[in-house]
Design a binder for this molecule. Structure first.
Ligand code: G3I
Length: 480
């Protein structure tokens, strides 16, 4: 039995327990022990071992709920503000900025060693009427937009790793949505928004985010053309967010090739708002298929170098936006209404290479599930080497190494098959011949057991090559 099936069975068994199935005292004890056994891994640790982040949207109103916050902090390495960084909340009237909710999220993230994903700067929805119906001419609206982006991005500079700069700019047919921004400023508003955000925080990664773009279709084609043109113009865009509000049994077959074509442009791609909704009430067969589909989406991301993370849109079914907007549908998240992990949780964990192997049954025999086992980790480290941008005479590379053992200082070495290092960040990067040596910066030498170190560098060559062998403090790492 695969570990996914074991966990799924355990989840269903737990359900049977709750609904009063008769078990012997011993069986009760064994079941309770299984249910209480801590997983050897969490989503965030399993994702980190694959060089990805596991994220969730955070509902500000639930930060006082300890059940909610303990799952949020334990399982996720990235947090997105579900609502509190949107325009209507953050600048409800002109010049009146309210950062309290966003600041709470940043505090929460910092306490829990999490990345903050900012959502969202320019969007037609949750836009206060002083903007949407303000009657501004182009010059005025441009000033309003610039002011908003500058204030918000500057406020969070250094705290927010990614921003959804422009959200939901497209119609389903691939044309641009006639938002107040498009109507008043024309398509130029998109390039301008990115440039203003970049000026306010050059270190934040800047994304365009949308829904129904997971497949290769008219809408994702329109987006592909737009971002290609933005890149040609030198607009500072780093990433595309694929919201992925999906429907059970409708995971698009072209999802992976679609992500890949955006990565091939030199962009990162991110699953930003994943949920999979089911007609209610959801039965066990549907929950099982949903689990397989959460795993499938995770595997799609893992199959694409440059897909850097998967964020789910809410922790439990009770917190989800889905029933409000799609009456009669729901059960779209990883946890049920009582904050119990659903089959989808275990499936996603296993898809990231985590799980409870070595627990109750002496380990996975690996024989029957065809599932992907994590790669070998020769000396307790796993490395990813991502060429995140490449052009004729240059490339930008990001290296992440996850370590099983805590570190107090690190040296990462590898051979660079083409070109020379011209600059580095988050490490002191030097080169001797083809050998590159990166040592920790003063601020990132300490890495906890299971933690990930990351740094980047630029080269003067656009040549392609195989991923080199990477060592951590002299020991070879498994390389994805
Ligand atoms: O803040 C008000 C509160 O003052 C009022 O008492 C209450 C009464 O209904 O409403 C509150 O506002 C709600 C807001 O969430 C904050 O809770 C809105 O009614 C409600 O419509 C709003 O829904 C959010 C929705 O975006 C708005 O478009 C959802 O929580 C949020 O999950 C959803 O997220 C979007 C992403 O931002 C973009 N992609 C799609 C995704 C799902 O729609």
């Amino acid at each position: 039995m695969s570990s996914l099936m074991r966990r799924t069975a355990a989840a269903f068994a737990a359900g049977a327990l709750l609904t009063g199935a008769v078990l012997t005292g011993t069986a009760h004890a064994e079941q309770a022990e299984r249910d209480a056994a801590p997983l050897q891994s969490t989503l965030r640790d399993a994702a980190a071992a694959q060089g990805r982040f596991a994220g969730t949207a955070i509902n500000d109103g639930l930060l006082s709920n300890p059940t909610y916050t303990s799952i949020a902090s334990r399982e996720f390495s990235s947090v997105t503000a579900e609502n509190v960084m949107k325009w209507e909340t953050i600048q409800p009237s002109r010049g009146n900025f309210n950062f309290s909710g966003g600041d709470r999220l940043v505090d929460f993230a910092q306490q829990n060693n999490q990345q903050v994903y900012g959502h969202t700067l320019v969007w037609h929805s949750q836009l206060p009427s002083w903007v949407s119906n303000g009657g501004f001419n182009a010059e005025q609206l441009n000033a309003v937009m610039t002011e908003h982006i500058t204030e918000v991005v500057s406020h969070y500079a250094g705290d927010v790793a990614y921003w959804d700069v422009v959200n939901e700019a497209f119609n389903e047919d691939g044309t641009l949505r006639q938002s107040v921004f498009q109507q008043t400023l024309g398509q130029q508003y998109i390039a301008d928004a990115f440039r203003v955000a970049d000026a306010a925080d050059p270190d934040a990664k800047l994304c365009i985010n949308d829904y129904n773009i997971e497949a290769i279709n008219a809408k994702s084609d329109g987006l592909y053309q737009l971002v290609s043109s933005l890149l040609q113009q030198g607009v500072p865009i780093d990433c595309v967010g694929f919201q992925s509000h999906l429907i059970l049994d409708q995971i698009p077959g072209s999802f992976q090739s679609n992500l890949q074509r955006f990565v091939d442009l030199g962009l990162e791609v991110i699953i930003t708002e994943l949920d999979i909704r089911i007609p209610m009430p959801a039965d066990q067969a549907e929950l099982q298929r949903q689990a397989e589909q959460f795993a499938e989406v995770t595997e799609v991301c893992l199959a694409v170098d440059g897909c850097v993370g998967v964020t789910v849109w809410g922790i439990s079914d009770r917190d989800s936006w889905v029933p409000d907007v799609f009456p009669g549908e729901g059960a779209a998240c990883l946890y049920d209404d009582n904050y119990q992990a659903k089959p989808a949780y275990y499936a996603m964990l296993e898809a990231f290479g985590g799980g409870d192997d070595g627990g109750d049954d002496g380990g996975d025999d690996g024989g029957d599930d065809g599932g992907e086992e994590p790669g070998p980790e020769p000396e307790g480290c796993a490395a990813t080497y991502s060429v995140v941008n490449r052009w004729n005479q240059g490339s930008v590379v990001e290296v992440s190494v996850t370590t099983e053992q805590a570190l107090s200082g690190w040296t990462v070495e590898f051979s660079l098959p083409a070109g020379s290092v011209t600059s580095g960040w988050n490490a002191q990067v030097s080169q001797s011949g083809t050998q590159v040596t990166a040592t920790n910066a003063p601020y990132n030498g300490s890495v906890p057991a299971g933690g990930t170190l990351s740094f980047g560098f630029q080269t003067d060559s656009g040549a392609t090559y195989d991923t080199p062998q990477i060592t951590l403090n002299g020991a070879p790492c498994a390389t994805a």
